[in-house]
Ligand binder design. Structure first.
Ligand code: DX5
Ligand code: ZN
Length: 219
């Protein structure tokens, strides 16, 4: 079950409601929201206010990717704003187990993200607390970057680890440089959720763009 999660980072922010309706009609499964703080990553984007503003414009799950330090301070705000999935980065969570438990207690599904340079072994002890593992396939911070091929091996390793431990319902999400070609590579390695920003919002026909990524992932 391939899921496509267009990232609104590459959408027209002046017309965000329309942009989201457009990808929903085009076959998107989730809406991916990139939150950046200018500390963990160099870029600054949006907060809970924007999540609250887009919530009435779609019935799709909102997949909120927190690229911020101290995510535990904001989890409840994002859930109140309408987030369905909240993903935090392992690299900024010294109390990762507690933070993931906090996400679930707040009523959202819990995700943990790994930068390209972070090994899967870093999250082995918390698999029980996790609904989704987000593997960054670029260094986080900006849309429109190129897929890092060496992450494919880590996708495979994650797939194997989840299977060995019996966590068959945990989603493996890939994020960064996903387009026809790289989607197929990630899917073959076991990815189940595909984030795509520029490959969707950079195209005039969003349905065609989503269809092309899905066809590639399912090829
Ligand atoms: C990057 C973000 C991604 C980004 C993907 O830090 O986490 O979600 O929007 O953009 P593309 O698909 O253009 O690489
Ligand atoms: Zn993201």
């Amino acid at each position: 079950m391939t899921k496509l999660a267009p990232s609104i980072l590459s959408a027209d922010f002046a017309r965000l409601g329309e942009e989201i309706r457009d990808v929903e009609q085009g076959g998107a499964d989730w809406i991916h929201v990139d939150v950046m703080d200018g500390h963990f990553v160099p870029n600054l984007t949006i907060g809970p206010l924007v999540v609250e503003a887009i919530r009435p414009h779609t019935s799709l799950p909102l997949d909120v990717h927190l690229m911020i330090e101290h995510p535990e301070r904001y989890i409840n705000d994002f859930v109140r704003a309408g987030a369905d999935w909240i993903t935090v980065h392992q690299e900024v969570c010294p109390h990762l187990h507690r933070t993931l438990a906090q996400i679930r207690e707040s009523g959202a599904k819990a995700g943990v993200a790994l930068n390209p340079g972070t090994s899967v072994s870093a999250i082995e002890p918390v698999l029980q607390e996790v609904d989704l593992i987000l593997l960054m396939t670029v260094n986080p911070g900006f849309g429109g970057q190129v897929f890092i091929p060496s992450v494919t091996r880590k996708i495979r390793e994650t797939t194997r680890l989840l299977r060995e431990r019996g966590f068959t319902r945990v989603e493996i999400e890939v994020d960064g440089g996903i387009q026809p070609g790289t989607a197929r590579e990630a899917a073959a390695a076991g990815a189940t959720v595909f984030v795509a920003g520029s490959a969707v919002f950079g195209q005039a026909d969003r349905k065609q763009a989503l269809d092309a990524i899905r066809a590639d992932a399912e090829a």
